[in-house]
Design a protein around this ligand. Structure first.
Ligand SMILES: NC(=O)c1ccc[n+]([C@@H]2O[C@H](COP(=O)([O-])OP(=O)(O)OC[C@H]3O[C@@H](n4cnc5c(N)ncnc54)[C@H](OP(=O)(O)O)[C@@H]3O)[C@@H](O)[C@H]2O)c1
Length: 261
């Protein structure tokens, strides 16, 4: 039986994608740490849409967790034909102040778990000549963002990997693309200690990110930008110097005031 596996499905963008796909009749595997939230969501989606929903409670900062997620699917004879890598976290502040434990957690969840899950499920997709991988990257991955240095670097990593896979997998029946939202109203930045009130860009609703995912499914894009502002910011980089781009990214994110110098 075919399933869509979504990491970070307990809230925010991952949960919204789960709700959208459930409404379209996808069977789901929901992955995150919050067992209660996953259970409640699974119950609701099953009741509303009559789909199959499995939950897989894992801490993706644990290096072995992607293998356990894969094993879980294998044991239940779940074939994952769509993988959505949405789990992620950030931490606001100067890189030099980033606690080492947080550094490790951000890198493990944003990069390592995404890479390992992609590698594990991709093999089966290649064999079946069918599959879709959707990586939730960020506008922040288009350049370094002062105040979110490691986070922006992890999202650059996600984008770069996605780009290379897009070409490697062309003609093999597998679609890979990245969604690159700007600021989205999920509480994500608050959890990262980033004061959303200071952010100097509009904060979009989750619905626009879900629409971007649907657009990516229809069109042949490597990167999908959810809003017009995201698109303008991404492409206007070509018109200004790299230093200006990076300073502006710091200005818009506004983790601190002194990044425009
Ligand atoms: N919100 C934005 O403004 C924005 C903008 C651009 C890109 N993004 C990206 O979009 C993705 C989703 O963000 P969001 O806004 O939906 O954030 P969110 O509301 O904070 O949700 C993050 C999700 O990731 C899961 N997660 C975090 N750490 C995990 C861990 N160690 N193990 C397993 N799951 C973990 C969380 O589940 P548990 O806590 O239950 O484990 C939660 O389901 C992220 O990759 C983020 O970088 C967000």
């Amino acid at each position: 039986m075919m399933f869509t596996l979504i990491t970070g499905a307990s809230m925010g963008i991952g949960e919204a994608i789960a709700r959208e796909f459930a409404g379209r009749g996808h069977n789901l595997v929901l992955v995150a740490r919050s067992a209660d939230k996953l259970r409640a969501l699974a119950q609701q989606l099953w009741q509303d849409w009559g789909i199959k929903v499995e939950i897989c409670v894992e801490d993706l900062s644990d290096a072995e967790s992607p293998a356990r997620v894969y094993e879980f699917c294998h044991r239940q004879e779940i074939m994952v034909d769509i993988l959505v890598n949405s789990a992620g976290l950030s931490h606001a502040g100067d890189f030099n102040d980033l606690p080492l434990g947080k550094l490790q957690e951000i890198m493990m969840v944003n990069m390592m778990a995404m890479v390992r899950l992609t590698r594990l499920f991709l093999s089966d997709m290649v064999e079946r000549k069918k599959g879709i991988i959707i990586n939730v990257a960020s506008l922040g991955g288009l350049q370094g963002v002062p105040g979110l240095a490691l986070y922006s670097a992890t999202k650059s990593f996600v984008l770069t990997l996605t780009e290379a896979l897009y070409v490697e997998l062309k003609g093999k029946g597998i679609k890979v693309f990245a969604v690159c939202p700007g600021f989205v109203d999920t509480g994500f930045f608050g959890r990262a200690g980033h004061n959303a009130a200071n952010i100097r860009l509009p904060i979009s609703g989750i619905d626009v990110v879900v629409k971007a995912v649907l657009k990516g499914l229809k069109k042949n894009r490597i990167r999908v930008f959810p809003t017009l502002i995201d698109t303008v910011l991404a492409f206007s980089q070509r018109a200004v110097s790299r230093k200006t781009t990076i300073r502006l990214a710091g200005f818009f994110a506004a983790v601190k005031d002194d990044y425009m110098k």
